[in-house]
Design a protein around this ligand. Structure first.
Ligand SMILES: CC(=O)N[C@@H]([C@@H](O)[C@H](O)[C@H](O)CO)[C@@H](O)CC(=O)C(=O)O
Length: 309
């Protein structure tokens, strides 16, 4: 297959669900759930974009081949249903990352995102920019996003510094998925980017602060099951109803802080999603541990009390 330009290089806005990877009880990826998962996100949550093979999707615990199969199925099943499928292609190895970037172009993903390599870490923003440039060269027509998540990668470059002039070396650069709490850096990114780029925020529990700063959308794990509420938060913010926007944000903070006290990792999050959505996304993959049923149940009960039907 030849590398195709994306159907439309549309600005990425609104809510983007960072998807879980469906896994069977035998530990294999389970492609059969992806179609129903897309329908659920669209119909029950009003979420029309997905970010696949990211942190929530346990990408770093998947093989390159598994990531290709998953990306392909997400793109195939999302066609005509989702607005955009962004495929995270970051790996520890530049070669693997380039291979996945090239593959994402072949399967006509709407964009790719790349985290900083985190075993041998880039020593500066310049080095990271060079790494990203090498990745983008494998898929030069595909909208490209830098995925900033210092709490996981340990790479805490100043994003404003990283993106300064980046379009000269990565013409396909379209923005940043910013999972960090440095609102000064976030604001400085937003204030310097061209209008067709997007900055998407990645800390669901403090999205409202980022909306005030001017983010164009949000990528997160909780939008898999609180997307319908967060869509209302965004609408309230856009119409200037800050009281309503805060009320919803505070509810999400209450849920997330309750979950964090019980140990809110991808395994717990995934089980909560299973319980709330009725989908069977299975267990996580080692080293992430499956969630004890009682823990997920306690968080679900908290969810039910915060968001009664
Ligand atoms: C560190 C982490 O996993 N952050 C999540 C958040 O959605 C997070 O689960 C949420 O804010 C609750 O803390 C996302 O930013 C991750 C994400 O978008 C991804 O799966 O790639």
């Amino acid at each position: 297959m030849s590398i195709m330009a994306p159907a439309a290089d549309k600005k990425l806005t609104g809510l983007v669900a960072a998807t879980f990877t469906p896994i069977t009880s035998q530990g294999e990826i389970n492609l059969s759930v992806i179609g129903p998962y897309i329908d659920y996100l669209k119909e029950k949550q009003g979420v029309n974009n997905v970010f696949v093979n990211g942190t929530t999707g346990e990408s770093m615990s998947l093989s390159v081949e598994e990531r290709k199969l998953l990306a392909e199925e997400w793109c195939r099943k999302a066609k005509g249903k989702m607005d955009q499928v962004i495929v995270h292609v970051g790996c520890l190895s530049l070669k693997d990352t380039q291979e996945l970037a090239h593959h994402a172009a072949q399967i006509e993903a709407d964009g790719i995102a790349v985290i900083a390599p985190s075993f041998f870490k880039p020593s500066s923003a310049d080095v990271l920019r060079t790494f990203l440039q090498e990745v983008a060269s494998a898929a030069p027509t595909l909208p490209f996003y830098y995925y900033h998540i210092p709490s996981v990668t340990g790479v805490n470059v100043n994003v404003r510094e990283l993106i300064e002039g980046i379009e000269k070396v990565i013409p396909s650069f379209r923005g940043v998925k910013f999972t960090g709490s440095d609102l000064m850096d976030l604001g400085q990114c937003i204030s310097c980017i061209p209008p067709h780029w997007s900055v998407l925020y990645g800390m669901d529990e403090q999205l409202l602060g980022a909306l005030v700063m001017g983010v164009h959308g949000a990528v997160g794990s909780t939008y898999n099951y609180v997307g319908c509420h967060v869509n209302k938060l965004i609408s309230a913010f856009e119409t200037g109803d800050l009281v309503q926007a805060r009320t919803i944000q505070f509810k999400i903070q209450e849920l997330v802080s309750f979950a964090i006290k019980l140990g809110f990792d991808v395994g717990v999050n995934k089980q909560l999603m299973n319980d709330l959505s009725g989908l069977d996304l299975g267990p996580p993959r080692l080293p992430v541990m499956a969630c004890p049923a009682a823990r997920a149940l306690a968080i679900k009960q908290k969810y039910d009390s915060i968001f009664p039907e």
